[in-house]
Design a protein around this ligand. Sequence first.
Ligand SMILES: *[C@@H]1O[C@H](CO)[C@@H](O)[C@H](O)[C@H]1NC(C)=O
Ligand SMILES: *[C@@H]1O[C@H](CO)[C@@H](O)[C@H](O)[C@H]1NC(C)=O
Ligand SMILES: *[C@@H]1O[C@H](CO)[C@@H](O)[C@H](O)[C@H]1NC(C)=O
Ligand SMILES: *[C@@H]1O[C@H](CO)[C@@H](O)[C@H](O)[C@H]1NC(C)=O
Ligand SMILES: *[C@@H]1O[C@H](CO)[C@@H](O)[C@H](O)[C@H]1NC(C)=O
Ligand SMILES: *[C@@H]1O[C@H](CO)[C@@H](O)[C@H](O)[C@H]1NC(C)=O
Ligand SMILES: *[C@@H]1O[C@H](CO)[C@@H](O)[C@H](O)[C@H]1NC(C)=O
Length: 525
Amino acid sequence: MKFFSSLCLAASLLLSSVRATSQSSTASFTNNIRFLFDVDGNQIDAYGSKVQYFDGKYYLYGNSFAITGVAFGIKSYSSIDLVNWAYEGFLYNPFSETPCNASGGCGRPHILYNQKSSTYVLWANAGTSGYVVATSSSPSTGFEFAASTAAIDPTFAGLQPADFSVESFGDEAFLVFSALNFRDPRAGSIWPPIFQTLHISPLTDDLMNTTLVSYNITSPSFDLIDQETESPDIFKRNGMYYVAASNTCGYCNGSIGLVYRSKSIQGPWTRQIISGYSCEGQVEGVLPLTDPKTGKTSYVWHSTSVPGGPRVGFGGHIFQPLQFNADGSVQDLNCASDAAFSVPFTLGTGTGASGMASTSTDGSPAVAAYSAVCDSDQFILHQTWTASKSGALKEVSVNIAKSVQTVPLTLNVFKFGELSDLIGPEYKYTLLGSASTNQTYLSFVFNATTVYTNKTVSAGDRLGLSIAGSDFAPYCHLEYDVGASSDQVLLQQGVGQYSWRGSAGKSSPIYERVGKGVKFFAIIE
Ligand SMILES: *[C@@H]1O[C@H](CO)[C@@H](O)[C@H](O)[C@H]1NC(C)=O
Ligand SMILES: *[C@@H]1O[C@H](CO)[C@@H](O)[C@H](O)[C@H]1NC(C)=O
Ligand SMILES: *[C@@H]1O[C@H](CO)[C@@H](O)[C@H](O)[C@H]1NC(C)=O
Ligand SMILES: *[C@@H]1O[C@H](CO)[C@@H](O)[C@H](O)[C@H]1NC(C)=O
Ligand SMILES: *[C@@H]1O[C@H](CO)[C@@H](O)[C@H](O)[C@H]1NC(C)=O
Ligand SMILES: *[C@@H]1O[C@H](CO)[C@@H](O)[C@H](O)[C@H]1NC(C)=O
Ligand SMILES: *[C@@H]1O[C@H](CO)[C@@H](O)[C@H](O)[C@H]1NC(C)=O
C-alpha cells in the first residue's frame, strides 16, 4: 500500500514535470482552406503526406510534384505550431541516381525513429522494385538508401507492393501495405483496372524490414471494396488497431473513406465507410495530436484534396479530427464546406519558423480559401492595394504555377493615384519594378515569384501589381473571396483590349473582378 502510494506520487510528479515542459495550443482546421504555404510564401509541395513529431518539432513529409508534375523526390517541412512551416528541403538528392527514380518516384514516404540506434528510417514505394529503405541521423536530410529493399510476405511475391504506411507503437512496429494484382482475370475493360488487397506485417527490430509474416486486412465479405484498398495509414487507440484507407483512385477527387478496426492485427477486422467521397479527397494519413493538459489524443484524418491527378499540385490537404463512439467505431466525416475544427495539441519546442511571407507587411491573408485560377491566356490582371507604412518597398511576390507556356509572364509593380485614373485612357503610372519569368523558372506548384523593387513608398500610397502573359496555355495564380470593404481591388483587362468599349463609347477595357483577390504579399521596410 505504502509502496503503491509512493509510486503514485512519483507518477504524478513525473506527469506534472511533463505538463510543465509541454505547452498546449489549439490547431484550427477548416474544410475549405486546402492550400498550405511555408513561411516564405511557397505552396507546401508535399503530397501523400504524413506528419510526424520528432525531437520537439512536427515534420510534414510528402512527395514533391513541383519539378516534373508527377511524384519526384521527397520534401519535408517543420513547424512547432502546425501553422508556420519552414521548408527543410529534400530528404535525399532526387537528381542523383537512387533506387527511386527508376519508377514510382518513391511514393507515399513514411519515417520511423529507431530509438536504439538514434536513426530515422525512411520507407518509400519504388514501384516494381518494392519498398526502399534509407536511414539518416536527421529527420529531414542526408538519407542514404540501403543496398537492398525491404521484403514482404513471400505469399505475395507475384504481386506488386503499392501504397503503404509504417508506424510504431512502443515496442511494436508494422507495415500496412496494399499489393497490386495486375493479372486478376476479373479486371474490367473500364474498371476495376487492377485488384489490390491490404495486408499488415510486423517489422523487424531494426525497423528496416518485415518479418515476412502477414495478415489480411479485410472485412469478412472480402468484396470489391476490400479488394480495391489503397493509401492506408495505421493508428492505435485504447488497445484497438485502426487502419484508414481509400479505394483505387490515385490522388483523385474523392474516394470512399474506409476505417478498419480490430483488437488484433490478425483480425477479424470490422470495416466502416465513413465518407462517400472523403470530402473530395483521398486519405493520406492520420495525425495523432495529444493535449498535454488532459493527456487525451485526437486522431486527425487528412487527405490530399481536389482537383487530384494529374494536377496533384493544384490540390491541397484537408484535416479533421475523427469522432469515436463508445464501441470504438468512428463517426462519418463532416464534409460541410465551412466545417471548422479545433484540436488541442502539444506545441513543439524552440523558436517558431519565420520567413519572407510570415513577416510581410502588406498582401492578401496568409490563410484563406484559395483556389487555382488559370486565365492569363484571356486576361491581364492588376491587383491593387494601399501601402500600410512608409519605407522601402523591398519586394512583391505572387504565387504562380506553370504548365506548357511558350510566352513569358511579365510582372510590373507600380504606384498610381486614383482607381478611376488608373482605368482611364492615357494614364501613366509610376513603374517601381518589373520581372519576367517563364517555364524555366516556374514549377508545377504555386511557388512565390518575386519582383524586387527597393523603391521608397509612403503609407497610404496606392500600389499595384500587373500580371500579363497571354499564350495558348494560361499561367495559374491563386484567388480568394475578398471581404466587402477591402481596398485590395482586383482589375481585369481582356487580352488585346486597349480601346473604349460600349455603345456610348465610355466603358473602360479595364474593369473590376468583383469580390476577388489574388494571393500576393509585399515587404516594406
Ligand atoms: C536517375 O536520375 C539521374 C539524374 O537525373 C539520371 O542520370 C538517371 O538516368 C536516372 N535513373 C533512372 C533509372 O531513371
Ligand atoms: C529484408 O529481408 C530480405 C529477406 O530476408 C533480405 O533479402 C533483404 O536484404 C532485407 N532487406 C533489408 C533492407 O534489410
Ligand atoms: C488474403 O488476400 C489474398 C490476396 O488478395 C487472397 O488471395 C486471400 O484469399 C485472402 N485471404 C483471406 C482469408 O481473405
Ligand atoms: C469532385 O467530386 C465531387 C463529388 O462527386 C463532385 O461534386 C465535384 O464536382 C468534383 N470536383 C471536381 C473538380 O471534379
Ligand atoms: C526563359 O527565359 C530564359 C532567359 O530569358 C531563356 O533562356 C529560356 O529559354 C526561357 N525558357 C522558355 C521555356 O522559354
Ligand atoms: C520553389 O520553392 C522552393 C522553396 O520552398 C525552392 O526550393 C524551389 O527551388 C522553388 N522552385 C522553383 C521552381 O522556383
Ligand atoms: C535599396 O535602396 C537603398 C536606398 O536607396 C540602398 O541603400 C540599398 O543599397 C538598396 N538595396 C538594394 C538591394 O538595391
